[in-house]
Write a protein that binds this ligand. Structure first.
Ligand code: CTP
Ligand code: MG
Length: 220
């Protein structure tokens, strides 16, 4: 199955601060977007990588991706889902991996785990168990929230391209935060595979600091 990776990098990175949209900030001396792209491009099953960027980010993206073949940069939209839609209409192939630039360290084993089920399922997503107790923020913590069977869903998420496209076409709810939400609503079969802590999303200044520390710890 020919597989294209679509990396959405059209956000503003407001929660991360730092002056520059976070995907262009350096992590261990390399732009986060470049790391996210290289992690996927280096997997033998991925034949193409395409990147969705924000309007006005052309120069930043070209600089961050210097020397890497990502074809023509795609312009994203207001919300992440708009950026994914823009990407979906710009790519071809049989399978797609949709991934956040804000998750720069994708282990190749996760990609193996995601692509294997596509023979039988229309999609697959990496999940991690929830270790903490759950509660509703608005109550006085007196309403139990059962975490049995609950998981956190990461990206990349893998789909047969035609199936994900038609799921997005039939989506009529509020802005979805990921593709499994859209796929589930359209009745697609999505396999859950084991995620990885290295795929944690980088959202806040603290996440940047943690990622820098983690990179340093891998050097020793
Ligand atoms: N994204 C996108 N288009 C948007 C919004 C987000 O392509 N309109 C991308 C981001 O670039 C990121 C991923 O979706 O790779 C996950 O979004 P998030 O972590 O929320 O990033 P930002 O939206 O950039 O950050 P913030 O919400 O703090 O502004
Ligand atoms: Mg956002």
């Amino acid at each position: 199955m020919s597989t294209t990776a679509l990396i959405v990098a059209a956000g503003k990175g407001e929660r991360a601060g730092g002056g520059l949209p976070k995907q262009y900030r350096l992590l261990g001396g390399k732009p986060m977007l470049r790391r996210a792209v290289q992690a996927l491009a280096s997997h033998p099953a991925i034949s193409k990588v395409r990147v969705v960027i924000g309007s006005g980010q052309q120069a930043l993206a070209q600089q961050a991706l210097d020397g890497i073949d990502v074809g023509k940069l795609v312009e994203g939209g207001e919300e992440r889902a708009d950026s994914v839609r823009a990407g979906l209409s710009a790519i071809e192939g049989e399978a797609i991996l949709v991934h956040d630039a804000a998750r720069p360290f994708c282990p190749p084993q996760v990609i193996d785990r995601l692509l294997a089920p596509l023979e039988f399922f229309e999609g697959a997503a990496p999940v991690l168990a929830i270790g903490d107790t759950l509660a509703r923020a608005s109550d006085r913590l007196n309403e139990p929230v059962d975490r049995t069977g609950m998981v956190r869903v990461q990206t990349p998420q893998a789909f047969r391209l035609a199936a994900l496209r038609s799921a997005y076409e039939s989506w009529s709810g509020a802005t979805p935060t990921d593709e499994t939400t859209v796929a589930r609503a359209a009745g697609l079969t999505v396999a859950a595979v084991e995620g990885d802590p290295a795929l944690e999303k980088i959202t806040t200044p603290r996440d940047f600091a943690r990622a820098e520390e983690w990179l340093l710890s891998r050097l020793v």
